[in-house]
Design a protein around this ligand. Structure first.
Ligand code: CIZ
Ligand code: SF4
Length: 304
């Protein structure tokens, strides 16, 4: 399956017949990354979907990402090859729970991490990603802040910005549980020269022994431009696959357990079926979409 040339040419044929484009998140399987037209984090890809003229966009990633692309490009057909590919972190927050929290904190600014459903974004004031969270929070020095749904990213922001943030009890099982402090410490001991780059969704003890904290896009540009040669990459495996392919002169160490099962659901076969059968089309209720869009637009205004 990995390099099935027949399947690859069928995908290419369907893409040109439908004038479709394939976007793939940095955590996708390497064979899916290789066939994609564009790779990136969720925001880069949602912006790409907006810029492109193609009427059909296949989003190889998880549900909330395809939903964000649909909210920002309502006239395009956005297909998610694996409809069951959700994000357990996004599932930690429901719109009802956000409304209850709002009753308790009526004056607070509600910040939704991009890893949330459209319904949750619609209940919040502004969205952020791991790439822009700190800068956006800095715009609101005097507001009470409720940050959801990732408690690690909120703790990290608290420490970086030296202010209190009301945290939501959510976490990503890949960054919070499958990546363990011992494993990072062992890699550090084996490769003392390596730069440790960690995603802010990882636990605070890991962030404390890291050199660089940023999302996947930030890690890629850091590794490209750094004078250093070795990196310990503390995030999902797919990003390491991309780094090894695109930055061949440098050495990347990874944590073998850091695999997101939801991201890995998409295969060349499901990508092919998605184009062949035009499935699964992502739709968002227009009222929810217009409220969620306000939160996404506000993020883009502040992050440029
Ligand atoms: O925003 C994204 O794409 C996520 C969830 C990861 C990252 O840091 O790129
Ligand atoms: Fe969600 Fe974590 Fe998987 Fe990203 S790596 S999609 S945050 S479960």
């Amino acid at each position: 399956m990995r390099s099935d040339p027949g399947l690859i040419s069928k995908i290419e044929e369907l893409k040109s017949k439908l004038n479709a484009v394939v976007l793939a998140h940095n955590y996708q399987r390497p064979e899916v990354q290789k066939i994609a037209d564009f790779l990136g984090d969720s925001l880069v890809l949602a912006k790409k979907a907006m810029e492109l003229d193609n009427p059909v966009i296949v989003f190889c990633g998880v549900h909330f990402m395809a939903e964000s692309a649909k909210i920002l490009s309502p006239d395009k057909k956005i297909l998610l090859p694996e409809p069951e590919a959700g994000c357990p972190l996004a599932d930690c927050a429901s719109p009802e729970a956000v409304r209850k929290m709002r009753d308790k904190h009526p004056d607070a600014l509600f910040i939704a991490y991009i890893n949330t459903s459209a319904e949750v974004k619609a209940e919040c004031d502004i969205c952020v990603t791991s790439a822009n969270a700190m800068n956006i929070i800095r715009h609101f020095p005097h507001r009470e802040i409720v940050y959801l749904p990732d408690k690690n990213l909120a703790r990290y922001a608290e420490k970086q910005l030296n202010r209190e943030i009301i945290k939501w009890p959510g976490q990503c099982y890949v960054h919070d549980q499958l990546i363990q402090l011992d494993d990072v410490e062992r890699l550090k001991a084996e490769h003392p020269e390596a730069v440790v780059m960690s995603h802010p969704e990882t636990a605070m003890e890991i962030l404390e022994i890291s050199d660089v904290f940023t999302g996947t896009g930030g890690m890629l540009s850091y590794a490209r431009s750094s004078g250093k040669n070795e990196f310990i990459v503390v995030t999902e495996q797919g990003l390491v696959d991309r780094m090894r392919r695109e930055i061949p002169g440098k050495i990347f160490f990874h944590l073998p357990a850091a695999i997101c099962g939801q991201m890995k659901l998409t295969t060349l076969r499901s990508l092919h079926e998605s184009l062949r059968d035009m499935k699964t089309e992502i739709t968002v209720d227009s009222n929810i979409a217009s409220r969620a869009k306000k939160a996404l637009d506000r993020m883009m205004e502040l992050s440029g």
